[in-house]
Design a protein around this ligand. Structure first.
Ligand code: FES
Length: 571
């Protein structure tokens, strides 16, 4: 008893003392940050990572790994002050020249005293913007559907919202259901990028309950913001929304609902259907300011990583109604591919990373104001002419311009088919702009693009192989996704991003996931339609394909895609 009493007293005195001890040890100093022509100073506690300062100060820098040290993108330059010598992770990612210039990785630095740094890898800010009509496939609801919504109501407006939750972007559109009119559309960034730009990094982060909840929370907050902007733009009220449908790839649906991220990380579940319906949509409706009876539905994924965004894409393009062979490629961080061979819909997904969306590329950015969307080089010239979205200052390179640049470099002999720069660029990379900011395409950017292209190429070739479709039987290619909207078909074919086919038969369709979701707002028999489509689907898990590695290797090369050999089916 005496010992217990002694221990209790000790513990209580320790508890009283503990904050003072901690306080005595806390060393706070200033970190001075410079970027472009701005600078700002922040109090900083010794022992923390510089990356965490960026997060708390709301400074967005490039990162593909959530600060785990695997992407090599979070570049800063030490201008003044002392920091420990570069660690092995930094030596792996940084060149000798960069190290000599005091360039370091922010996520690996824990300053112990005042330092002054320049941020070299600031993420170009992309705010919410309007959805342009040409970004979504045309759609006019039929009279029967309109009648259904107009029947027996005195309400001036009955509203519905379609949402495509993409890995990089969040797209929302607001519809007057009884008139069949799109009233407003908004596009913003998916805030989950702070947990990594590829889905596997985000899923790994969400394997702890606390982070899964945090990811779900920030995603729902972004949807709430998008909804507010929609109704403001259309001059109506949130409580008028009666139906809200969400599509996304499986990982996005899982991360939004906050359920089953662990299962999606387990290959045993990759061929199975995952139930990721949220458990309490009433709470979501309340938090979003929607009426109590508003229907909130996540359209379920097809299987594995093939989500309801592809299901929506199949509906929007009516792929299974085509008279010839037809291929749909929805390019994204997790690209989804479907092939119609006349009897079956062969589907798969390829996790190529975010290069197509300009993320993860040192000079890359999503296709928004300030992004180069097209690049051209004339024979015998060394400089690319770039077309910039919004015609303003060049801030970065979008995925479609990257395809043009790579194709242009291959065509002019400055980049080999294996992705190695010609000697004149080997040390420096390709300088695309000097002012107001330096924009350089580096070898590692080409590598990243090649890996994304190879994953999609392996997926396309696998489906062609499995279906046995004749080359002559392929009559139509549909390209979907933000990246696909701006793509130059010839450039894409030249480096083997899509199969060779008369460019007139390659259709850039915009966001088919949102388009299909909009159609589902008006579908009386939503479940039946999806069920009928699912019966035609043959899902193929690329990760378990024994030939995946050799196909991936073959498709790394920057040359036209090889049609697979073997038995062929006539259409
Ligand atoms: S290496 Fe620093 S954020 Fe990825």
């Amino acid at each position: 008893m005496r010992f217990c009493e002694y221990a209790r007293k000790k513990l209580s005195s320790f508890r009283k003392r503990k904050p003072q001890i901690r306080q005595a040890r806390k060393i706070v100093f200033q970190i001075h940050l410079h970027w472009d022509d701005q600078h700002s100073s922040y109090p900083f506690e010794a022992g923390k990572s510089l990356f965490s300062l960026f997060e708390t100060a709301g400074i967005e820098i490039l990162s593909d790994c959530g600060g785990t040290g695997t992407c090599g993108l979070c570049l800063v330059q030490i201008l003044a002050g002392e920091l420990p010598a570069p660690n092995p992770i930094e030596r792996k990612h940084l060149t000798k020249t960069q190290l000599a210039q005091n360039i370091r990785l922010a996520c690996q630095l824990s300053p112990k005293q005042e330092v002054s740094l320049r941020i070299l890898s600031r993420r170009a800010p992309v705010a919410w913007r309007n959805l342009k009509p040409r970004e979504v496939p045309d759609f006019q609801p039929n009279a029967k559907a309109l009648e259904h919504w107009a029947r027996g109501t005195q309400k001036p407006q009955r509203l519905g919202v379609a949402i495509d939750l993409g890995t990089t972007h969040l797209c929302l559109s607001l519809w007057d259901l009884s008139k069949g009119q799109r009233l407003a559309g908004r596009v913003g960034l998916n805030p989950q990028f702070t947990f990594g730009s590829d889905i596997m990094t985000r899923l790994a982060a969400a394997s702890t309950e606390q982070t899964a909840k945090a990811i779900s929370r920030i995603t729902r907050a972004a949807i709430a913001e998008g909804l507010k902007q929609l109704v403001k733009k259309a001059n109506c009220k949130l409580y008028q929304i009666e139906q809200l449908l969400i599509v996304g790839n499986t990982a996005m649906l899982v991360l939004l609902s906050g359920r089953k991220a662990n299962q999606l990380l387990d290959p045993n579940y990759w061929a199975q259907f995952l139930d990721c319906q949220p458990l309490n949509t009433h709470a979501w409706a309340k938090n979003w300011g929607l009426a109590e009876g508003c229907i909130i539905e996540l359209l379920p994924p097809l299987a594995g990583f093939v989500g309801s965004d592809l299901l929506a894409g199949l509906l929007a393009t009516q792929l299974d109604g085509q008279t010839g062979g037809a291929l749909l490629v929805d390019f994204g961080t997790n690209s989804e591919i479907a092939l119609w061979d006349g009897k079956s819909l062969w589907v798969t997904s390829a996790a190529g990373g975010p290069a197509f969306e300009g993320s993860g590329i040192s000079c890359g950015m999503p296709a928004g104001a300030g992004a180069a969307w097209r690049a051209e080089i004339k024979a015998g010239e060394k400089e690319f002419s770039l077309e910039v979205i919004g015609k303003g200052e060049l801030k970065g390179i979008s995925g479609s311009a990257l395809v043009d640049i790579i194709a242009g470099l291959v065509k002019t002999g400055r980049l080999r088919a294996n992705g190695l720069f010609h000697a004149d660029l080997a040390q420096t990379g390709l300088k695309l702009a000097e002012k107001p900011r330096e924009i350089i395409l580096q070898k590692r950017d080409i590598d990243l693009f090649q890996r994304a292209k190879a994953a999609v190429g392996a997926g396309i070739v696998t489906l062609l192989q499995k279906s046995g479709l004749q080359k002559s039987a392929l009559e139509q290619i549909y390209i979907s996704g933000a990246f696909g909207s701006f793509l130059q078909v010839e450039s894409a074919q030249q480096i083997g991003l899509i199969p060779e086919l008369d460019p007139g038969k390659v259709k850039l369709c915009g966001n088919t996931a949102l388009g299909g979701c909009e159609q589902q707002l008006f579908a009386a028999n939503r479940q039946e339609k999806a069920k009928a489509l699912k019966q035609k689907i043959r899902y193929f898990n690329l990760a378990q394909h024994p030939e995946f590695e050799s196909l991936f290797f073959e498709n790394l090369f920057l040359r036209p895609m090889k049609w697979p050999e073997g038995e062929r089916n006539e259409f």
